[in-house]
Design a protein around this ligand. Structure first.
Ligand code: FAD
Length: 416
């Protein structure tokens, strides 16, 4: 069914009884050409682009829970392409360009809102570092503006310019950055993939990857064995766990990252702001809640839930730049499991096993990457070779010393 103003009007006249299911609920077949493990944003986007860009048909996405139940529906919805190092810059800019046409392309309202993102700076040295990043972005054709304190004051008046714990001296703005309604993204991709014949199989947990003669031949699941010629892993925070099923050890740790939403308030903030002297990022949703987050928990865990110590830490970050939010009540808090790679950059690559492909290591940046990640992973699986945009995102960069160390934290990903 095509969604349009006319179809909304027509369904309204019929009491909204005629809307069909957004995707089918098929039984798994005994075999597929391609199986994608993980029905998050990246897995669904991969299946969508495999069908749309490469004309492939016999594809399944297997998801242990329900579509959108993972990080894709748990993140703080920020999109941007303000990276500094070359492989990341071009890759995330591709994602931004795909976000810009996505809703029209898959005919689904994902509420892509390019309200801008501003990274605050708090010292002359930080201003210079941000200017360097902004220049690198502009050289790559990406929009970036260095805001003076006066320009910033006009743009975000609720910041504490008089007495902040770390003086706010300006910001680096990417005007095309912004937010996207997170759970609409897997729904849109699922609907687009399903309409091109992809089987989306929910409540289907992969328990083993079968390898025969050095080649991946299928997956064992709680619903039986499913054969495949090619298998793509796109399970975000469970990447090391799934890769271990194929005997692959990855330079990845899993941690909880939490998100917070306040009660709904009148419009206060019309852009995304990030704190440069701590880790706090905030935007205001269309329902009025402030949506914010900060650091991940510093220990490894698969416990997908929030906790009080991190809540206090994140609130302190918020209070350091906008104390006026101190009296707003917090409404909701949740956690998601993220795989943190040791250079803060992802993997989209072949593995050493024929027919087995890896997508992971997304750290804090995986939501904004969703369209480009799916697009590049589909290319890699369909053609058995990477696209130029993901050629650097291999596992062996760690062996070869070609790390893409966006944050310069080396073996301590938890300090990013
Ligand atoms: C609180 C929080 C805030 C964040 N904020 C941002 C942000 O503002 N901007 C940004 O760019 N990124 C952000 N991120 C990161 C981003 O959300 C993730 O990196 C990205 O969503 C991961 O990719 P995904 O969507 O495919 O993951 P998921 O949605 O987690 O998809 C993976 C899927 O694999 C499934 N799976 C796991 N094991 C199995 C199995 N054995 N069998 C079958 N299926 C399996 C899971 O159930 C899950 O649905 C945030 C993350 C969190 C947790």
């Amino acid at each position: 069914m095509h969604y349009s103003a006319l179809s909304l009007l027509w369904q309204g006249l019929k009491g909204h009884k005629g809307w069909g299911r957004m995707w089918r609920d098929p039984e798994p077949k005994s075999e597929y050409d391609i199986i994608i493990i993980g029905g998050g944003g990246h897995g669904l986007a991969t299946a969508y682009y495999l069908a749309k860009e490469h004309g492939l048909k016999n594809i399944a996405v297997v998801e242990k829970g329900y579509i959108g139940g993972g990080n894709v529906g748990r993140n703080t919805t920020i999109i941007r392409s303000n990276y500094m190092l070359s492989p990341n810059t071009h890759f995330y800019e591709k994602s931004m360009q795909l976000w810009e046409g996505l809703e029209r392309e898959f005919n689904f309202n994902a509420m892509v809102s390019q309200r801008g993102i501003i990274n605050l700076y708090h010292s002359d040295a930080q201003r210079d570092a941000f200017a360097r990043r902004g220049n690198a972005m502009r050289l790559a054709g990406i929009d970036a503006e260095l805001l003076s304190p006066e320009e910033l004051k006009e743009r975000v008046p609720i910041l504490d310019f008089d007495n902040a714990r770390f003086p706010i001296e300006g910001g680096l703005c990417q005007p095309r950055g912004g937010t996207v309604r997170h759970d609409a993204v897997p729904w849109g991709y699922a609907r687009g993939a399903d309409s091109r014949g992809v089987d989306i199989i929910q409540n289907c947990e992969v328990t083993n990857i079968r390898i025969e003669g050095g080649r991946a031949v299928g997956i064992d699941t709680n619903r039986g064995f499913i054969g495949a010629r090619k298998i793509g892993m796109a399970v975000a925070g469970h990447t090391s766990h799934i890769a271990a099923m194929a005997g692959i050890e990855l330079p990845v740790e899993s941690h909880v990252l939490q998100a917070f939403v306040s009660e709904g308030i009148k419009p206060l903030l019309d852009t995304v702001v990030t704190f440069g002297a701590g880790h706090f990022y905030v935007s205001q949703s269309d329902k009025g809640g402030l949506v914010f987050g900060g650091d991940l928990d510093g220990y490894n865990s698969y416990a997908q839930r929030g906790n009080l110590p991190m809540m206090g830490h994140v609130m302190a970050g918020g209070m350091a730049i906008m104390p006026s939010i101190g009296r707003i009540r917090m409404l909701r808090q949740w956690g998601g499991i993220m795989d943190m790679s040791f250079d803060g950059s992802p993997f989209i690559c072949k593995t050493g096993i024929d027919g087995l492909y890896l997508n992971g290591g997304w750290c804090y940046g995986g939501f904004k990457a969703t369209p480009a990640s799916g697009w590049c992973f589909a290319h890699t699986i369909a053609r058995d070779e990477p696209h130029a945009l993901n050629a650097g995102f291999t596992i062996d960069r760690f062996k070869q010393g070609r790390m893409i160390d966006e944050k310069g934290v080396g073996p301590n990903p938890w300090i990013q």
